[in-house]
Design a protein around this ligand. Structure first.
Ligand code: SAM
Length: 263
């Protein structure tokens, strides 16, 4: 008799990129998977934890066929009905701009059992890894995490609202709209507000630049920083000792004095 496994979907967060920033629960799910569908932001070295499963890349990458979200949803259901346990491995946390909830909802319509394994989102893990504390007593009481690119391909209007607050602002998918973000901040805040941009955070390809609203675009161009990157705006950016040594390594005293008032 053929052993037909119950169809199941586990949506799993892979963390921001560093191999060690995945959870034990996620590793256990990979070990038990019959099929793994993974995205472009996932560190492929994590696939070493897959013991006996069909592995399918469904992300967007130059030279690869990009699956639409509808195709991925259908693939999840058909693979689960055929093989059993599908693990959907996604960069960061699946519910932070990850469409994890849409995949869960779709699978449940077809009667699949579902489970969610949270991951460390780049929005939190990347700033922390370079020493930026998103909240800090007497400096920042809160933070916003905003998309730079909504489903209409526009900059989220929340950036306007956030720029008028004292909150730390973390923008994902914002590199193509950096000029718009900077002009909003120029209108609503001061030019010397600190900004950090970190590309490929926590990976060995990580690159970062730190400057201010008035200097950051030039720094991005000079250091050729591009996606995937997060943009962190707020006073907390300059108040950490790790970045102080980063400034000292990369910029001359005059730049530091003029832009960040760091000794
Ligand atoms: C579709 S969103 C997915 C976010 C993901 N679910 C998370 O929680 O990190 C993709 C965006 O996340 C950000 N991102 C993801 N991983 C990153 C990393 N390691 N370093 C910098 N930014 C990252 C970039 O802004 C990228 O364009």
């Amino acid at each position: 008799m053929i052993d037909v496994k119950a169809p199941k979907l586990t949506v799993v967060g892979a963390g921001p990129g560093d191999l060690d920033l995945i959870t034990l629960k996620a590793i256990k799910a990979l070990e038990k998977a019959d099929v793994v569908l993974y995205d472009a932001l996932v560190n492929e070295e994590l696939l070493q934890y897959v013991t006996n499963a069909e592995i399918v890349f469904v992300g967007k990458r130059l030279g690869c066929h990009a699956y639409t979200q509808d195709q991925i949803n259908e693939l999840i259901v058909s693979m689960a009905n055929r093989f059993g346990h599908v693990v959907r491995l996604k960069g960061g946390d699946p519910f932070i701009f990850g469409r994890g909830s849409e995949e869960i909802e779709y699978a449940e319509q077809f009667g699949l059992e579902t489970e969610i394994v949270p991951g460390i989102s780049s929005a939190l893990g990347v700033p922390a890894s370079v020493g930026i504390s998103l909240t800090q007593r007497q400096i920042s009481d809160s933070f916003w995490v905003i998309t730079g690119t909504t489903s209409n391909h526009e900059l989220s209007k929340d950036v306007y609202l956030a720029s008028k607050s004292n909150a730390t602002v973390v923008i994902l998918m914002g590199m193509h709209k950096l000029d718009q973000i900077i002009s909003i901040y120029k209108e609503n805040r001061t030019d010397d507000l600190p900004v950090a941009i970190i590309q490929n955070g926590t990976k060995n390809t990580e690159q970062k630049v730190v400057g201010t609203i008035s200097t950051i675009e030039k720094l991005v161009a000079e250091h050729k920083i591009s996606s995937p990157a997060i943009i962190v705006i707020g006073e907390v950016v300059k108040s950490n000792s790790r970045l102080t040594s980063y400034f000292q390594e990369h910029f001359d005293d005059e730049f530091i004095f003029q832009n960040l008032n760091l000794e």
